[in-house]
Each structure stands twice: as C-alpha cells, then as structure tokens.
Design a protein around this ligand. Structure first.
Ligand code: OAD
Ligand code: ZN
Length: 252
C-alpha cells in the first residue's frame, strides 16, 4: 500500500490538472451512509420512493422520508480528513475541480471552491411553481411539506406551492451547468482522482471513462473494487478515503 500511495503522490505532484470525482464513499467517515452495499440506503428503502413522480403524488410522505434520510443526517455531518485533503490540494494548485455526486455540501464546507454538484444539493430548495430558490437553512422543516412564501403572498395560490429539494430525483435531468462543466473536465484533466463511488449510476459514471479515453491517468480510492477498478483504474488504492487521502496529502 505504501508504495502505491507513493506512486499516486508522484503522479499527482507532476499533474497539471487533477480533477476529483467523488461519490457517497467520501462521506462515509462523516457518518453519511452509502446507497449500495450492506449498510446502504437501498438495502432498507425502495429507490422508487425517490422517483420524481412519487414526490409530486405524495409530497408530504415523500418529504418526511427525505428529511429523515438526508436533512437530519447531513445536518449532523462534518467534513472528514478526505474532504479536507481534497480542499488542501486545491489550495496547493493540484486539484482544479471537484465533481461530486453527493448532495451533502461537505466538499464546500471543507473549503473546496470549484465544486460541480452533478446531482444537486440539499442546501437549496426550489419552488415547483415559480422556480424561486431558497437556502434550506431559512426554511422550517418541522412542518412538511414546505411551501413557497412568494407564491403564498401572491394571489396565484392561497396554500403556497410545493418546495422541492434542489437535488436530482430519479426521473429528473442532470442540472445543465453542472453537467456541462463536469463533462468538460474529462477533456481538461491529466489525472482523475476517483474517490468512494461504485461507478454504477449513469450518466455520472461516463465521466471518468471519457477522461481515460482522453488520456487521463485514473487513481481510485475505495475499500472495495468498483466498476471502474479493473476497467480504467491505473492506481487502485484499496482503503478508506480519510486514511488514504491524508497519507497522500501529507506526502505532496
Ligand atoms: P454508492 O453507494 O453506489 O457507492 C459508494 C461507494 O463508496 C462504494 O463503492 C463503497 O465501496 C465506497 N465506500 C464505502 N466506504 C468508503 C470509505 N470509507 N472510503 C471510500 N469509499 C468508500 O454511491 P455512489 O457511487 O455515490 O444518486 O452512488 C451514485 C449515485 O447513486 C448517488 O449520487 C445517488 C444514488 O442513486 C442520486 O441521488 C441521483
Ligand atoms: Zn413559488
């Protein structure tokens, strides 16, 4: 392992443009569960509960689940050594961007500046009618579902329109800007640092593959092999993100 970490460190030191590509695994050590695997959310919950049609059909039921699975858990979570190492590497000029499939805002909390949130974020809510955005911190989630203050005040609706978390539900498109910026990274990067993702969800999983096709070297950190590991990964660092990233950053 030591030799492999050293190999990765050398590659990163000589890289002109490293892009981080992260998934749920980078936040496990912050106390946030993954989706797949033994302790994953999909072992306990049916993914169809996060379909956009279900949300519109049963907003109250849907919001209760979303609050329990995401808001309550993420509220308590703090960045771990992996998020912090990624942010330091950006300060050092090695990491140029982070593409994350996570909605937990922990890369930003750790200090990362250029973060493309491929699946959106829990930090923002959006009105399903007038499309006004709200910072989730300003919305009371003790009464569900939350509604739009603006729509409530206007004569358009007495009730107020339904607010939706601004993350990507199953059946929704990837936000345009995050999508475009993330795919652009596949052309720009000479090194991709893939941390804690199973690589099973499209279209996100295409990005490291495209980067590889454009000549980028792929470093991967995961305690378990992913769908990338034997297909595109050049250096596989089998371990937990917090430990491996701290070791790498220490040596840079
Ligand atoms: P997954 O749950 O599919 O995969 C999590 C990965 O993290 C697995 O490969 C684990 O082996 C790895 N892992 C576990 N503990 C780790 C640790 N301490 N350090 C590093 N890695 C660790 O999560 P994602 O790949 O992020 O989409 O899933 C992608 C998308 O599927 C999510 O963004 C979500 C879900 O449906 C949406 O919500 C749209
Ligand atoms: Zn509204």
């Amino acid at each position: 392992m030591k030799a492999k970490i050293q190999e990765a460190t050398e590659l990163l030191r000589s890289s002109k443009h490293t892009t981080v590509f992260s998934g749920a695994g980078v936040s496990v050590e912050s106390g946030i569960p993954t989706f797949r695997g033994e302790a994953g959310l999909w072992e306990k919950y049916d993914p169809s509960l996060l379909q956009i049609q279900y949300f519109h059909q049963y907003p109250e039921r849907s919001w209760k689940l979303i609050k329990e699975l995401f808001y309550d858990v993420i509220e308590r979570a703090r960045p771990n050594p992996a998020h912090i190492a990624v942010a330091r590497m950006e300060e050092m000029g090695i990491v140029k961007a982070v593409i994350t499939q996570n909605i937990d805002n922990l890369h930003q909390e750790a200090g990362s500046k250029i973060v493309y949130e491929f699946h959106g974020t829990v930090k923002r809510l959006v009105c399903t009618k007038c499309e006004k955005y709200y910072d989730s911190g300003t919305i009371d989630l003790s009464r569900l579902p939350p509604t739009c203050l603006y729509c409530k005040q206007s004569p358009v609706s007495e009730q107020g329109s339904l607010l939706k978390p601004d993350f990507v539900f199953f059946g929704e498109p990837i936000p345009d800007e995050a999508r475009a910026s993330s795919f652009a990274e596949a052309n720009l990067a000479d090194t991709f640092l893939v941390i804690g993702t199973s690589g099973e969800v499209m279209p996100a999983c295409h990005i490291p593959v495209l980067a590889k096709q454009h000549g980028a070297k792929i470093i991967e950190i995961n305690p378990n092999p992913s769908s990338f590991s034997s297909a595109i990964t050049d250096i596989f660092l089998q371990g937990q993100a917090g430990y491996v990233m701290s070791e790498i950053q220490k040596d840079l």
